[in-house]
Design a protein around this ligand. Structure first.
Ligand SMILES: [Zn+2]
Length: 248
């Protein structure tokens, strides 16, 4: 898919990483090849957690909470904040180091994690089957299930940590001048990058909160964006967490 754009930069390992990303199950629900908007179906509603879709108000495109319409915000404003945060992340020295670190090791650990994950998921399925057929009591199943679910969660988190750097490597080269390269990356790849980075394990899910009631003043997009990490709200830039003074 990216042939012709990257050939001299892409190693076989990177190519394989892109292929893995393209084949991953979550891609089947999106047609990112045609997507025009950076964060549609990626950013989420800060009130109900659903994804945001693009809606037009006249000429202006906005992100809108998909099912309940809890939030509405100018698309360009959110895209700008998200781009700044993602590019700052990709320019951080420790991120660059991680992304450049030995892929061999990552890949071995990754396939081991995936094997373990398959085993634990199968055990969880068996538990459900055993309860359904009456070979195991509900009470006994309830006692063993939390440990299995915790193990699945731990493995999924590790899988995500390991899979992300190798998937990213094929999409954009991190570094101090990543912002310059971003300009030449096609939208479908930008969306793939956003999908990888805006997760609770990395930068955090981008969630947009409803407009606070502050008279007629427009609240800047960065004041309405939360970065959702492991069930907590995190603001990446301390200055953004200062609330606007209430105009009275
Ligand atoms: Zn909502």
């Amino acid at each position: 898919m990216y042939e012709g754009q990257w050939p001299p930069l892409v190693s076989r390992a990177e190519w394989l990483a892109v292929q893995r990303l393209l084949r991953s199950p979550e891609r089947k629900t999106s047609r990112s090849g045609r997507a025009k908007h950076l964060l549609s179906m990626i950013a989420r509603c800060g009130r109900c957690g659903d994804t945001l879709a693009v809606a037009y108000r006249g000429e202006r495109s906005e992100y809108l909470c998909r099912t309940k319409g809890c939030v509405r915000i100018i698309q360009r404003d959110v895209d700008e904040v998200a781009e700044q945060v993602m590019l700052a992340y990709l320019a951080r020295p420790e991120v660059i180091d991680t992304l450049r670190a030995g892929e061999q090791h990552d890949d071995r650990e990754l396939s081991a994690i995936r094997d373990q994950l398959a085993t634990v998921r199968a055990r969880h399925d068996e538990l459900a089957d055993a309860v359904a057929t009456g070979t195991l009591s509900v009470a006994l199943a309830a006692r063993s299930e939390p440990a299995l679910l915790a193990e699945i969660e731990r493995l999924e988190k590790r899988e995500n940590e390991l899979a992300t750097p190798s998937a990213l490597r094929g999409l954009i080269e991190p570094g101090a001048d990543v912002a310059r390269r971003w300009a030449s990356v096609p939208m479908s790849s930008r969306r793939d990058i956003a999908r990888l980075l805006l997760t609770p394990q990395l930068i955090g899910e981008l969630r947009v909160t409803p407009t606070p009631l502050r008279g007629r003043r427009r609240v800047p997009a960065e004041d309405r964006i939360l970065w959702w990490r492991d069930e907590q709200e995190i603001l990446p830039n301390r200055s953004w967490s200062a609330p606007c003074p209430d105009p009275t």
